[in-house]
Design a protein around this ligand. Structure first.
Ligand code: FAD
Ligand code: MLT
Ligand code: ZN
Length: 490
């Protein structure tokens, strides 16, 4: 796991005492406190909150608070602010940039007990939930009512809606349903001084002054705690079809995307790219999984359509597949025949993240670049590591592969370098190389995962000084004592 020699604990923050713990116990009761401050034997129970999903970032927190209501969150934060105790908000702890765990001894405020679905209006499709509701639970609730959560991602079984809002997660269907900046209608949040911001608007349209809730979407816990969310949910599509294509080059993937947009237009709901390396990794980790296509291809695309008429959608997707095969854009392709096959095809895309972690470690980059050059970064990164003798098949090489996959339909690439061991030579070869490459093309160094701790130093590659200085002013206004998620990007 990562060490932070470059970071120093901020001495303005207080150290936890038994008196602090006694206050929280009185406020939240036994089930609201996991305390290793006065009871070191409980450190094992605190550890999962100290360590991120990748096992890459590890903090030294000794206290986890689990408030059960917005009022309790308000009292917790007010007390922390008055006592100058630093706080890390935590949702499902699936974030990929080290933002959700302490760096030193910050208090973890976990939303795990706030899991109530507050209301649903089945005419407008507006859902109001506590921030701690798990994404998959919210979606299952909506499915029973003929609706869909407008966000889907591989971590849906663990991540919280509040965590999704706080990272502005993009996911697999942004192409169709848009960003959370558009679908979130309202936010309830608590500022560090305990002020409850009740902006749980349920209206589609509301142009009354500044739209302050937008600041919490993607704030990564640096401004306050999100406690409730209202969100506009679309009708659940009656028909979902998936095609899995094999292609010989990135140029052909670009052509396939253009054809998919024009031929599938209103029913297209996902267009995902996977390179051969990403599929090799899934095959190695899951040798028994049945491969979608028999032959070897340099690239694979997963195309999903969602619509209201199964016959119409299937006919359209079949015609598309025939056309792109005839034009030799695609080397091979398969259509899922039923829901089980739809799920099976998706595992070859959604499973990449988990499989990448099996080797030892992984350097992850999440970027936006205009499509024509998107994949060039993967090639150039391979060349960069090879030129320094850092990549290869034997154990003597720290890096095993350079892998590219992502939400091609949104111009979002995930560049990943699975390594046998974390190695400063690899890190130095990658950074700032990758960031400079992106900045040169006016891309974004954080398309959807956020900055957290991992990208803290690199914000300047995608945001100019004026913007960063405005962000700092906003941070000061909301959190003058800087207790919310310190040491992270701002
Ligand atoms: P956490 O990890 O707990 O927290 C993330 C950040 O938000 C932290 O900075 C934390 O302090 C803050 N935070 C959490 N809850 C709150 C709150 N209530 N109030 C204030 N701050 C809060 N991301 C994508 O965008 N697209 C994907 O396709 C995608 N796929 C993924 C697949 C896998 C297998 C995994 C492991 C992760 C994936 N992610 C993806 C990363 C993504 O950021 C998260 O899965 C998700 O949005 C984080 O939610 P969480 O509840 O786990 O938040
Ligand atoms: C994905 O698209 O699979 C996620 O963003 C996670 C990842 O980047 O690995
Ligand atoms: Zn992603």
């Amino acid at each position: 796991s990562k060490r932070y020699p470059e970071l120093k604990r901020d001495s303005r923050f207080a150290t936890l005492t038994p008196e602090h713990v006694a206050y929280f116990r009185e406020l939240l009761g036994e089930k609201g406190v996991i305390d290793a401050v006065t009871e070191p034997a409980f450190q094992d129970d605190v550890e999962p909150f100290n360590s991120d999903w990748m096992g890459k970032y590890r903090g030294h927190g000794q206290l986890v608070l689990r408030p059960g209501s917005t009022e309790e969150v308000s009292k917790v934060l007010k007390y922390c602010n008055d006592q100058r105790l630093a706080v890390v908000p935590q949702g499902g702890n699936t974030g990929l940039v080290g933002g959700s765990v302490p760096v030193f001894d910050e208090v973890v405020v976990s939303m795990g007990r706030m899991q109530t679905i507050r209301s649903f209006d089945d005419l407008s499709g507006t859902l109001v939930v506590d921030a701690g509701v798990v994404l998959e639970v919210a979606d299952a609730y909506l499915a029973e009512r003929g609706y869909l959560f407008p966000l889907d991602l591989g971590a849906k079984g663990s991540c919280h809606v509040g965590g999704n809002i706080s990272t502005n997660a993009g996911g697999l269907r942004l192409l169709r349903y848009g960003s959370l900046h558009g679908t979130v209608l309202g936010v309830e949040a608590v500022l560090p001084d305990g002020t409850i911001i009740d902006d749980l608007c349920k209206l589609r349209k509301n142009n009354t002054g500044y739209d302050l809730k937008q600041l919490f979407i993607g704030a990564e816990g640096t401004l306050g705690m999100v406690t409730g969310v209202s969100i506009a949910c679309p009708q659940r599509p009656a028909a979902v079809n998936v095609a899995f294509l094999g292609l010989k080059s990135y140029e052909q993937a670009l052509r396939a995307f253009r054809e998919a947009k024009s031929q599938l237009s209103e029913i297209l709901s996902a267009f995902e790219l996977m390179d051969a390396s990403s599929q090799d990794i899934v095959r190695t980790v899951r040798p028994d999984a049945r491969r979608p296509l028999e032959g070897e291809h340099e690239f694979y695309c997963l195309i999903e359509t969602s619509g209201s008429n199964a016959e119409h959608d299937t006919a359209k997707l079949e015609a598309f597949l025939e056309d792109v095969m005839e034009k030799e854009i695609v080397e091979d392709g398969v259509l899922a025949q039923d829901e089980t096959q739809v799920k099976a095809l998706w595992t070859w895309r959604e499973g990449i993240t988990e499989c990448l972690g099996h080797l030892g470690g992984v350097y992850k980059y999440d970027l936006s670049i205009p499509l024509p050059e998107l994949y060039q970064l993967v090639e150039d990164t391979r060349t960069q590591l090879a030129s320094k003798g850092l990549i290869g098949d034997g154990d003597e090489f720290p890096a095993a592969k350079v892998v590219g996959y992502g939400h091609m339909g949104d111009g979002n690439l995930h560049l990943n370098i699975p390594v046998r061991r974390y190695d400063s030579a690899v890190e130095q070869a990658l950074e700032p190389f990758v960031y400079e490459w992106i900045a040169k093309r006016q891309g974004s160094i954080s398309a959807e995962h956020g900055l957290g701790l991992a990208k803290k130093k690199f914000i300047g590659y995608s945001r100019n000084e004026t913007l960063v200085s405005l962000m700092k002013q906003i941070k000061k206004t909301f959190d003058p004592n800087g207790i919310m998620n310190p040491y992270k990007y701002i």
